[in-house]
Design a protein around this ligand. Sequence first.
Ligand SMILES: Cc1cc2nc3c(=O)[nH]c(=O)nc-3n(C[C@H](O)[C@H](O)[C@H](O)COP(=O)(O)OP(=O)(O)OC[C@H]3O[C@@H](n4cnc5c(N)ncnc54)[C@H](O)[C@@H]3O)c2cc1C
Length: 213
Amino acid sequence: MEDVAVSIEAVRSVGDGGIAVELSSPSGFAAAPGQFVNLSAEVAGEEVSRVYTISSPDVDRTFETTVEVDPEGAFSPWLAEASPGTTVRMSGPYGNAYYEGEPRVVIVAGGPGVGPAVAIAERALADGGEAAVVYRDEVPLHRARLDSLATAGATVHVLDAEEDLAPAVADAVSGTEDEQVFVYGFDGFVGQARAAIDAAGGDRTAAKVENFG
Ligand SMILES: Cc1cc2nc3c(=O)[nH]c(=O)nc-3n(C[C@H](O)[C@H](O)[C@H](O)COP(=O)(O)OP(=O)(O)OC[C@H]3O[C@@H](n4cnc5c(N)ncnc54)[C@H](O)[C@@H]3O)c2cc1C
């Protein structure tokens, strides 16, 4: 879809510095958790566009994206202050690193990568599959959804910002044929996640990776 008007239905805090933005799904919108959309709005008289990854398990009536607000940024603080009913323009979905019904999912997430991580894990469990999440951040977001995932049987590792990814990734990656590993996060994190997948005996080239830049 190109440049469709969508309404912000709600903006909720999901932890210190993190928000979940719920948007109306336009008619005919089809997207999977892990794909991303481009959102545009006029901010302080200028047109600003940024891309955000879908963090809801489905997009049936509304969809969600999880944003780590950069106080110095142009767009994320504006989103954090947006009132319900505010209209933004959306294009998408885009991206190749998304859930496609794999029976076992392992998601390695840094920072706002927690959004697609919880969404994919929730969707996989709802589909009768297995899920493991390894999430590293300075201040963890989505604690309630991560706790619910663990209660529902998912493996969940929440790591401190400086913690080594390798042991948790080794615990999460089983190496079975029906397993798909996903990586979401900013550039430095993605490199460390790939190295941890290698160290765990996984295949980094088979991982579905979205680099947030
Ligand atoms: C595929 C993809 C998916 C993404 N998914 C998500 C997601 O799900 N959630 C999420 O939170 N983010 C995601 N991002 C990142 C997101 O698109 C934005 O980059 C992020 O929200 C910051 O936008 P901003 O407008 O708030 O900050 P920006 O205005 O882009 O600024 C970011 C930082 O750079 C600094 N800066 C800006 N310009 C300069 C300059 N000229 N010189 C020096 N410093 C400068 C600013 O001070 C600020 O600290 C994704 C990115 C990609 C590529």
